[in-house]
Structures are given as C-alpha cells and as structure tokens.
Design a protein around this ligand. Structure first.
Ligand SMILES: [Fe+2]
Length: 383
C-alpha cells in the first residue's frame, strides 16, 4: 500500500515576512496584481502594508474588497470580472480562509472561460491554473495558504463545494495576527485543531500528515489559550501561526472528514463562523472514530496533554480526547450551540446534509443517517 504527501507551495514564515511580498512578485515577473481581501484587513492596515510592498517594486496593484464570510460563487465571479478587466497576472489573497479561497477561485477565471459555478462542484475537480497565487493569512486557523483547496458556497445548491488549484507562495507573518479579536483567535484556532485531528484520523492519513498534525495539536494545546488571553504575545501568536500552517499541510492530502461535514451543514443553515462550527463538531467526530484507530487516538490524546496509563481502549481514548477538546473550548469561551440560538431539533434536522457532504466519505466510519443523527445529538447535548 502506498500513499501521497505533498506541499503545494513554499512557505515564507516569520515576523515581518509580509515585506517579502513585492520581492516574490517581482521574481515571478508579474506586472499587475489583484489583491483580494475583506474590510477587516483594510481597517487593520494590513492591506496597506501588502500594497506598499508590491508598489515599492514598481508593480501595479488593484484591489477587490468584496470578500464576505462563506464567499459564494457570485463573489468569485465579481472578483473574476475585475481580474479579467484589469488583465491581472498575479492574485494575492490576504485574510482568513474566505479571502484566500476567493483568491484561489478567482485564479481559475483567469485561466478558464465561464463562471465560478462551472468549476465549483460537489465532487471537486483540479484546475491547472496558470496565474500565480500568493496567500497571506491574517488568522491562525484555516491553513488555506498551504492547501490546494478553495471552499466556496453554491447558493443554488445550499452547499459548500470545493475546487483544487495551484498556489505559488504562502507568506505567514505572525505579526499580522496581533490585532485579531479574542473570539476570532479562539474559533480560528479551533479550526486548525480540527484540521490536524481530522487529517490524522480520516481514511487516508500519511506519514507527513501524522507528523505535522501531531506537532500542530501540541502547539495549539500549549498556545491557544495564551494567544486568546494575551493578544500581543508574539511567541504564542507565532506558535499558533505555525500550528495553523502545519495543520493545513496535514490535511492537504488526507482532507478532513465528518467534523467538517457537520461544520458545513451548520454554516449553510445558521451562518455561524466556520471555526466555531468545527469546534463544536470535533469532540463527537473524534469519539466516533476512536475505536477504529486506538493507537492514533493515543498520540492525539498525548499531544493534547492527557496523562495516559497506556492501557486505555480506543473508546476510552476517544472520550479523553473529546473531554480535552471541550476543556480547551471552555477556557477560550466557545459558547454551546444552545446559547447561539440553535434548537436541538434544528441541529438534528441537518443529518441528511452531513450524510451527503463528500467529506463524510473520508471518515473511517460509514456516515449513515442514523450515525449522523447520533453525532449531531452528541454535538448538541454534550457541550
Ligand atoms: Fe476548516
């Protein structure tokens, strides 16, 4: 049996790394850049720093600032129209997953004709995009800077679907996360944790995903609470930035599984933040798969800081991991679903969406409607 592990692009990591942006674009020989970001990135002064770095190299820049949370195919089409009109030859995505995924999807429209919905499909396809894409995360969560996937909402299908594209560079600068509010630090950090854990426990983990996944879990367990409580603590921010990138590398090939299926269903129905949805789904997802991979669950439990006897069963390890996740969630003030306005009935009604999400097919336990309903009940009742 063989497996594949890959890193889509070089990573430039460290404090002040954003200054390298213009230099990298100049090396690529690009003449006109489309910067893609949302209003928060502009308000934090991060877009201005990125644009200055590009202009300092004598390269033209235009901006597309129409990114919204859970970006839709319409948003991608709007950005694509700007890119085509301006003859952009480089796309820079600055922000959280929404900005970076929009930037990736826009790059398709510079290679291919038509609209975003022609390429964002339930069964994702790979598009061999030609325009360089540089990704600059401003949160420590999504890992989108080092994955080939762009997740985009298809309003006509009431679903989040995906596409795979080429990326050129990731510029990971922990200084860009210093102004991130506490709640976003918490939820994006939990998104990263879910990437690492789901990558390691899906149907297709590999030696690389296990290595960087475990390292990401350890860093998050040791630093997320500090990053929430001390927003200007650059050491904790740096560790979280690295953890999110490691977690992105971890799931690039194995993808995520049922935790993210549940999160997508919650996003489409209630529009709560992706990282929040991933957080509430993760403990139940880990308990579900734990009996099928006890050794792996032991590694995850240890990385979360659990003291183990070594004789625990897979089921017991799943419960230990789930409780460690919930303990972390309580420390960083992740609210239970009931406090977010969800009713139990609303949540259980999402079972068909969880079953039909393609990510569920990566779960080592088959996701039937009964399994999905039990998972959703645990998600609602146990936290
Ligand atoms: Fe995620």
């Amino acid at each position: 049996m063989y497996t594949q592990f890959s890193q889509p692009c070089p990573v430039i990591f460290g404090r002040g790394a954003i200054a390298a942006l213009g230099e990298k674009i100049a090396e690529l020989g690009c003449k006109k850049v489309l910067c893609v970001y949302e209003s928060g990135v502009e308000k934090a002064g991060i877009a201005a720093r990125a644009i200055k770095s590009i202009r300092d190299k004598g390269i033209d820049v235009v901006s597309f600032t129409g990114v919204v949370p859970d970006p839709t195919t319409d948003v991608v089409d709007e950005g694509g129209a700007v890119a085509r009109k301006e003859n952009a030859d480089c796309i820079v995505g600055i922000g959280g997953g929404s900005s970076m995924d929009t930037a990736k999807a826009i790059s398709i429209l510079l290679t291919k004709p038509g609209q975003a919905k022609d390429y964002i499909l339930a069964a994702p396809i790979f598009i061999d995009t030609k325009t360089p894409v540089i990704l600059v995360p401003t949160t420590s969560g999504t890992g989108s800077e080092v994955t080939k996937v762009a997740v985009i909402t298809r309003p006509d299908a009431n679903a989040k679907w995906s596409v795979f594209v080429n990326t050129t560079y990731a510029i990971v600068d922990p200084e860009l996360t210093l102004t991130l509010p506490r709640s976003l630090t918490a939820t994006t950090g939990m998104d990263a944790l879910s990437h690492a854990m789901e990558a390691m426990t899906g149907k297709y983990p590999n030696p690389h995903s296990d290595l960087v996944g475990e390292a990401a879990i350890r860093k998050i367990a040791n630093n997320l609470e500090t990053a929430c409580n001390e927003p200007e603590n650059i050491e904790a921010r740096s560790e979280m930035a690295l953890a999110a990138t490691y977690a992105g590398l971890a799931f690039n090939d194995p993808i995520t599984h049922v935790g993210h299926s549940i999160a997508d269903a919650l996003s489409c129905r209630f529009h709560t933040p992706h990282g929040y949805n991933c957080a509430v789904a993760l403990p139940a997802a880990m308990r579900l798969v734990a009996p099928t991979l006890p050794e792996k669950m032991g590694v995850i439990a240890a990385a979360m800081g659990a003291e183990l006897k070594g004789s625990e069963t897979g089921e017991e390890l799943g419960t230990i991991v789930a409780e460690k996740i919930r303990e972390l969630m309580r420390k960083i003030d992740i609210a239970p679903l009931s406090q977010m306005g969800y009713s139990r009935e609303d949540v259980l009604a999402l079972a068909p969406e969880v079953v039909s999400n393609h990510l569920s097919s990566y779960c080592p336990v088959p996701i039937t409607e009964d399994v999905a309903r039990n998972l959703l009940a645990e998600v609602y009742d146990a936290y």
